[in-house]
Design a protein around this ligand. Structure first.
Ligand code: 5GP
Ligand code: MG
Ligand code: MG
Length: 183
């Protein structure tokens, strides 16, 4: 078949699907060990965390539940403003729960920082973060991230839930886009 394949728009693959799945399995094992006998509530941030949420919980052996939030940064432009609007709140009460926020990627960390104070005010028993990718700028972030899949260079990447203009979330690999996509 000659149909265009979305993967053809990648310039460079940084992490293959196999590498990602192997790392997710390692993190799932860490979480299983850290939360022995406690039901974990994974809180995914829509839409980017959809893939990692789905793979992470299936790689876990402990009892696990999931819920979702959708947030949007106020302000225009490419920079994260750190002021966040909740578009979709949790469906469950997290008071007394062991919560792990699941993120696709942390760049400046501003969005996540706001989200963490908001969630902390609801009185969870514990509150941690798992992110599949983290960029160097996130070093400025004051929220400690317990589980990191991969540290990545300061490049714009797509795939495994990460989009460009809504597209490319369905790629199994993660990589950079070819220049022709932007023009
Ligand atoms: P920040 O940590 O700067 O507040 O924002 C993180 C959000 O910006 C992520 O959840 C993601 O939506 C977006 N983002 C940051 N870096 C990238 C990237 O390299 N690729 C894509 N597709 N989204 C990114
Ligand atoms: Mg995200
Ligand atoms: Mg996006």
């Amino acid at each position: 078949m000659d149909a265009a394949d979305v993967a053809d728009d990648l310039e460079k693959v940084l992490f293959s699907s196999d590498q990602i799945q192997a790392r997710v399995a390692e993190i799932a094992a860490l979480i299983d060990a850290d939360y022995q006998g406690r039901d974990v509530l994974l809180v995914g941030v829509l839409n980017g965390a959809v893939m990692v949420m789905s793979d992470l919980q299936r790689a876990m052996h402990s009892h696990v539940e999931m819920d979702w939030m959708a947030v949007s940064s106020y302000g225009s432009g490419m920079q994260s403003s750190g002021v966040v609007r909740i578009l979709k709140d949790l469906s469950v009460d997290i008071e007394g729960r062991d919560v792990i926020v699941v993120e696709d990627i942390i760049d400046t960390g501003l969005t996540l920082s706001y989200l963490m104070s908001n969630l902390a005010s609801r009185g969870p028993a514990s509150l941690e973060i798992m992110t599949m990718f983290r960029k160097p700028d996130a070093a400025q972030i004051d929220v400690p991230v317990k589980y990191v899949g991969f540290e990545i260079p300061n490049e714009f990447v797509v795939g495994y839930g990460l989009d460009y203009a809504g597209r490319y979330r369905n790629l199994r690999d993660v990589g950079t886009l070819a220049p022709h996509v932007y023009s």
